[in-house]
Ligand binder design. Structure first.
Ligand code: AMP
Length: 300
């Protein structure tokens, strides 16, 4: 596995692949690998001739006061894990390589980027603008045929599908299921911040999603009832959600009835740690470690 720091070097390494028309897969990450990251790398390895994993803690998607400086970083460990999964290239640029002085362009997906996570009460509109901008840059740097993202960050996948469609980017977006700890907590690089007591309470998020799934599976179609069942699980653990929302799984718009395509999303702070999770309602589980079935489709 090659570790590459610059765009020029990356293009040089990938040039022979382009000549051979080899299928290139990209797994964008911020590092501190866990089972979620590894599942995406594994899938890219199974589907592509060349696997590029990017490792970049993107300053543009952090608000001031968020955990940019304290974000867990362990490149040596990540390097070993990516190599063990068979990645061909680890692209780990410095911030100055991605945002050289004078940088002033941003990509914004206006509606999708301002709801839920993008609400001022959440992480604000700069968060998904930062994500959209860095993903656009990574797509231009790597020119992947397929890019792999996790259902865990559901809204991010809608933003990316939208920008790929809106900007005519020739890349297929693949979304892998959320990988969970044995008790249901979605794996996240931020879980290391949790104290043992917080770790115990954090399971309320996936419990809430399961409670919502259960009432929807029993035939409840009133969003208020589904949300109430989920909310009860959060209340029982003393967890106040930043948002608990039921949206259309087609485009994250508001829904009046729960049908087979609804997405239940939650964000909450457990102590100082902000966690998010979500599940597709009415979709059978893809595997025991996942609440949501895998979804994948080419951009329309
Ligand atoms: P991050 O390093 O947190 O930016 O995540 C990199 C990629 O891994 C994103 O596409 C995430 O959605 C995905 N990811 C993060 N956590 C999980 C998880 N528990 N299961 C599946 N994918 C995940």
């Amino acid at each position: 596995m090659r570790v590459v720091r610059t765009v020029a070097e990356l293009r040089g390494v990938l040039a022979p692949c382009r000549r051979d028309e080899a299928l290139v897969g990209l797994v964008p990450t911020m590092g501190a690998f866990h089972g979620g990251h590894l599942s995406l790398i594994r899938r890219a390895r199974a589907e592509c001739a060349v696997v590029v994993v990017s490792l970049f803690v993107n300053p543009a998607q952090f608000r001031s006061g968020e955990d940019l400086d304290g974000y867990p970083r362990d490149e040596a460990r990540d390097r070993a894990l990516a190599q063990a999964e068979g990645a061909d290239v680890l692209f780990a640029p410095d911030p100055a390589e991605v945002y050289p002085s004078g940088f002033q362009t941003a990509v914004e997906v206006s509606e999708l980027g301002r709801m839920l996570e993008g609400d001022e009460a959440g992480r604000g509109p700069s968060h998904l603008r930062g994500v959209a901008t860095v993903v656009t840059k990574l797509f231009n740097m790597v020119a992947p045929d397929i890019a792999y993202f996790g259902q865990k960050d559901a809204q991010q996948t809608y933003v990316i599908r939208r920008l790929v469609q809106d900007l005519d980017m020739p890349v297929r977006i693949a979304v892998g299921p959320t990988v969970r700890e044995a008790d249901g907590l979605a794996m996240s690089s931020r879980n290391v911040y949790l104290t043992p007591a917080e770790r115990h309470r954090a399971v309320a998020l996936s419990r809430a999603l399961r409670a919502g799934e259960a009432v929807a599976a029993a035939g409840e179609s009133d969003p208020a009832e589904v949300l109430a069942a989920a909310r009860a699980m959060l209340d029982a653990a003393g967890v106040e959600p930043e948002y608990l929302a039921l949206r259309s799984a087609a485009d994250l718009s508001q829904i009046e009835r729960v049908d087979g395509t609804a997405l239940l999303l939650v964000a909450a702070r457990i102590g100082r740690t902000r966690l998010i999770d979500n599940t597709l309602l009415g979709v059978p589980e893809a595997n025991p470690a996942s609440l949501a079935a895998e979804r994948e489709e080419a951009p329309a």
